[in-house]
Design a protein around this ligand. Structure first.
Ligand SMILES: *Cc1c(COP(=O)(O)O)cnc(C)c1O
Length: 331
């Protein structure tokens, strides 16, 4: 299929801004650091899932779905953006969330409730393991359910990040800058696969550096293989010849710490430093960890002063409110 023939439903505001973080760079004595502001995609406090949902929910509408199902952690940004998008399209929304129902609703979970979606608690199954059962129940009720995969990471979700890289490329040409590195939080793989494919299509020199967020102990397919096969199948979807192997992939797993959603010194320092130098909010689970990784790579010399780095801000700040117990304030 030709890329332009794939339907898309508008949900966000694009292009998102591209800015330079001069004060953070000065503070680190580091390279020029730019930031792509996908925390400002506009849908219900923003984030990278808005891009993916424009393609995925267009497919749901094309298939005549009336009910959307997705899964994630209790503080999933993906679920919150899906809930908002479903509401705006007049679709019923069901979220299958990891953990048990808490006494108080906070952060993203509070927003899920405000968007009126149905929440199903799934204990340790935060990656959609319980969805097939729910699909059967909803079908019996005469509904036409559509499953949005975990993190919106299928070919359509990845395709959104091919498009996003084109958007960035136009902006970087306008400021006559070529990025040596594009650094971002990588967790369900759609962002990563899309940027890798976009790099090949656009023939960009930038190194695509995903900071791994999730130890992925329970995953059936190792995360690196998942990203590579998603990049392959996304290329096939749009009739691109490119195929991917280990040498194409840069997935840095040095910063997973104690695992998904467990906040340590790395995230705390990155959140404080970015807030206090630039007035920009990162989130505890994803962008705090990814920025912590970037700061460490700058300090260790892995990223040099002469480099030009782009940090892709994928959103997530609504989760800050739910993590106040894990956050320390340094100044
Ligand atoms: C989902 C998410 C990511 C990771 O993107 P993937 O495409 O799932 O790898 C990064 N940052 C934030 C804030 C997210 O919500």
């Amino acid at each position: 299929m030709q890329y332009k023939d794939i339907p898309r439903v508008p949900l966000g505001f694009f292009p998102t801004p591209l800015i330079e973080l001069t004060k953070l760079s000065e503070k680190l004595g580091g390279p020029r650091i730019f930031m792509k502001r996908d925390d400002n995609t506009g849908l219900a406090l923003g984030g990278n899932k808005t891009r993916k949902l424009e393609f995925i929910l267009a497919d749901a509408l094309a298939q005549g779905a009336d009910t959307i199902i997705t899964a994630g952690a209790a503080q999933s940004n993906h679920c919150r953006q899906t809930a908002a998008a479903a509401a705006s399209l007049g679709l019923e929304c069901h979220l299958v969330l990891g953990g048990e129902e808490p006494e108080q609703f906070d952060g993203n979970l509070l927003l899920d409730k405000i968007f009126g979606c149905n929440i199903h608690w799934a204990g340790k199954n935060r990656k959609g393991e319980d969805i097939p059962l729910l699909v059967e129940q909803l079908k019996k009720q005469g509904k036409k359910p559509y499953i949005v995969p975990y993190g919106g990471s299928n070919e359509l979700g990845a395709l959104a990040f091919v498009e996003a890289l084109k958007e960035l490329e136009t902006q970087s040409q306008n400021i006559k800058t070529t990025f040596t590195h594009i650094v971002f939080a990588s967790s369900s793989g759609g962002t990563h696969a899309g940027l890798m494919l976009g790099k090949k299509i656009l023939k960009l020199p930038s190194k695509i550096v995903g900071i791994n967020i999730d130890k992925g102990e329970s995953d059936k397919v190792p995360f690196n293989q998942h990203i590579l096969s998603l990049a392959d199948s996304t290329a096939k979807l749009i009739d691109e010849e490119h195929r991917f192997s280990d040498t194409d992939l840069c997935l840095n797993s040095d910063y997973v710490g104690e695992g998904y959603g467990i906040i340590g010194t790395l995230e705390n320092e990155a959140i404080s430093l970015t807030a206090q130098t630039e007035g920009i909010l990162l989130d505890p689970v994803y962008t705090g960890r990814a920025m912590g990784g970037l700061i460490d790579m700058i300090r260790s010399g892995e990223i040099k002063k002469t480099d030009n780095v782009l940090f892709w801000h994928t959103g997530g700040a609504p989760a800050l409110f739910a993590y106040s117990d894990s956050l320390h304030f340094t100044s």
